[in-house]
Design a protein around this ligand. Sequence first.
Ligand code: NAP
Length: 244
Amino acid sequence: MKRKSALITGASRGIGRAAAAAFAKGGYDLVLNCVHSGQELNDFAKELQAEFKIQTLCCCGDVGSYEFVCRMFAQAADFCGGVDVLINNAGISYIGLLEEMSYEDWERMLHTNLTSVFSCCKCAVPYMVAQKSGRIINISSDWGIYGASCEVAYSAAKGGINAFTKALAKELAPSNVQVNAVACGVIDTDMNAGFDAAERRCLEEEIPAGYFAKPKEVADFLYQMSEAPPYLTGQIIAFDGGWM
Ligand code: NAP
């Protein structure tokens, strides 16, 4: 029997890397992506293959490019026939006032964080619909619901992901393909490496759970979501320690 497969974007570091480990442990063959850290991703994939006796395919490239995403899914089709679970995780942040943000930075933020989700879903969906089975999980943020000062483009992209998730879930529910999003609060990854110790303490005090979640906590939840009853679809689930 064909093993299940998952494609995870942004799998070299942080949440995506932890998600790759969680799905490898669950026996999935993996298509893993990142844009800069190709060597690290290859080494990590080899470790997962050896430890969990799974197959991996690494595709290094920019998910903001529709052409690259099409090539990645063509390779995935050769590798495993098609993708059963898609985790749209790759993302970047930009912190600064809107009036100081260039048009090029806005475009880069929207392409990387939102257009990538369109492109990956567009390529993943035909196989899922044909199988009448599939799971899409988009990694969103509390800021996509509430908005954050000095993160207008990031908030807009994540808000776009939330609406995209709800709309696509309606389109695909009749085909038994579930689409959900996880709106993360503060996760302990490189994305938050800019906080100094005092800022970090301050933020931790604001979070009822009292700490930044570890990437593994998100990853384990993503795996659980991939196994949730199919009636769970179209949801934006906050994973934020009760913060918002
Ligand atoms: P991270 O540690 O900075 O890792 C980002 C990952 O995305 C890396 O694997 C990176 O690859 C990849 N990536 C970036 N741009 C890419 C592109 N254009 N094409 C392909 N891959 C790309 O970030 P993280 O904290 O794990 O964040 C993962 C997701 O969670 C993002 O969507 C983020 O917005 C969301 N999120 C995070 C937090 C948080 O507190 N950390 C909160 C809410 C939401 P390279 O290594 O090659 O650069």
